[in-house]
Design a protein around this ligand. Structure first.
Ligand SMILES: Cc1cc2nc3c(=O)[nH]c(=O)nc-3n(C[C@H](O)[C@H](O)[C@H](O)COP(=O)(O)OP(=O)(O)OC[C@H]3O[C@@H](n4cnc5c(N)ncnc54)[C@H](O)[C@@H]3O)c2cc1C
Ligand code: SF4
Ligand code: SF4
Length: 391
């Protein structure tokens, strides 16, 4: 398969750090994924913002090439990573779709939902598919960051979801060129896209070994701006240091905030005001470019039962191999999902695509300017035409 044009539409040139600033940072499109950080000394993360410390005069920067908010031939990237016959317009490639949970109840208790992500990473390590994993951690200043884990026993210490952005791809960048490592990364959809670009984009000095062996994607509706979220916590008299977890219970329009002493319910309208601006222009809710994607279960059972399960989408051969190993090893339980669950997931994902495209057109003031997306991409074309018909 020829890859010379991967990453760039035929009529587009690679971009520079200056272009990244103009097209992404200044347009409030930066998702905070971390893909442009750690490649050079000029770009850093400050709180949850990506900041350029100095100008770089390279015209063909990896920062621009890897950013999930710069234009690329996303159709070609999809084709290079997945069986095209598996690709659905709503949720990307689907080789399999199940409900799942970690078999170990102690792991489930430490995890966000069913502990599927942590269980899969553990099996991938046991079976030698990876020898290190990048997960999300909170540092001493309570900032989220990527953390490299080399021992399976440590994985569960980093379970649970952090709903502010965690620039985990920056931690992966530190490992580029490492010939010994085989790395698995847990990634939100924008991070999975950045990692997909790293796998497929050909750049001039791109001969370094890419140690990426596995991407486990998380479903994602949004992340919260740290500044706004901390103001919200203040309003509810919760110290960020006391926060032990957060979740959106199925069927309820609230965000629950957990501390060791209490559970506080925040109406979704208040949460929505804290959502990071870039998330409003995001068309992916299921990490379409990952090997496997995992989210909360929605299968019409009772709320507490659902909370202990995940939905899992198998996308690639690597993902299928890992799921089969996890089930054979007895580390993961899976069950068939009702057909309505898949349809509900597709409907919700299509809704996010349409809303994001509407926001993009409102921002650019032209259906011909879709910022980082292209009207030639069949997925974009489909949802754009649905939006046009509605108007
Ligand atoms: C910002 C965000 C938004 C989400 N929105 C939705 C949603 O709308 N609908 C839905 O069904 N599911 C959503 N999820 C996924 C859901 O919260 C769970 O992560 C998923 O169901 C897996 O559960 P688990 O028990 O298998 O995870 P666990 O076994 O607890 O593992 C979770 C893994 O995710 C890593 N992680 C935590 N936070 C982050 C982060 N911010 N960035 C990168 N990695 C992280 C952890 O380090 C850990 O490795 C979201 C997750 C995040 C982080
Ligand atoms: S690569 Fe990620 S962190 Fe960097 S500008 Fe793009 S979206 Fe922001
Ligand atoms: S909504 Fe999209 S842009 Fe925002 S964190 Fe999730 S995947 Fe990234």
């Amino acid at each position: 398969m020829g890859i010379s044009n991967f990453g760039y539409p035929m009529n587009k040139k690679p971009g520079s750090q200056t272009k990244l600033k103009k097209d992404v940072l200044e347009q409030s499109l930066c998702t905070g994924c971390g893909a442009c950080v750690g490649l050079c000394p000029y770009q850093v993360v400050y709180h949850d913002r990506t900041v350029q410390l100095h100008d770089c005069d390279l015209t063909d920067g990896k920062c621009y090439a890897f950013c999930p908010r710069t234009p690329a031939n996303y159709g070609q990237i999809r084709e290079s990573l997945f069986d095209i016959s598996d690709v659905t317009p709503e949720i990307g490639a689907v080789k399999g779709y199940y409900l799942s949970r970690a078999a170990d109840p102690a792991l489930r208790a430490k995890s966000q939902h069913g502990g599927t992500v942590t269980a899969l990473l553990g099996v991938a390590m046991d079976e030698g598919l990876i020898n290190s994993a990048i997960v999300s951690s909170r540092n001493e200043e309570l900032k989220e960051e990527g953390r490299l884990i080399e021992e399976k026993s440590q994985l569960s210490d980093y379970a649970k979801s952090k709903f502010t952005v965690s620039p985990t791809v920056a931690a992966f960048n530190q490992l580029m060129g490492d010939v010994v490592r085989k790395v698995g990364v847990v990634a939100t959809p924008c991070q999975a896209l950045a990692l997909a670009k790293m796998k497929t984009v050909r750049i001039k000095d791109g001969d370094k070994i890419n140690p990426l062996n596995l991407v486990i994607g998380l479903f994602c509706g949004w992340t919260l701006s740290v500044e706004s979220f901390h103001r919200l916590l203040q309003l509810y008299q919760i110290s960020p240091a006391a926060l032990t977890g957060m979740d959106i219970p199925p069927g309820k329009n609230i965000l629950e905030l957990y501390t060791n002493e209490s559970v506080t319910s925040v109406p979704m309208a208040e949460v929505d005001a804290c959502v990071r601006t870039a998330c409003r222009y995001c068309i992916d809710s299921t990490a379409e470019f990952a090997d496997l994607s995992v989210g909360a279960a929605r299968f019409g059972g009772d709320c507490d039962e659902m909370r202990g399960w995940n939905q899992i989408i198998v996308r690639s051969y690597r993902g299928k191999q890992l799921l089969e190993l996890a089930v054979a090893q007895g580390a993961l339980e899976i069950r068939e999902a009702p057909a309505s669950a898949l349809q509900d997931l597709k409907n919700a994902a299509a809704g996010k695509k349409r809303k994001a495209l509407k926001n993009i057109v409102e921002k650019s003031r032209s259906v011909k300017n879709l910022l980082y997306l292209s009207g030639d991409d069949p997925v974009v074309k489909k949802y754009l035409s649905m939006e046009k018909k509605k108007r």
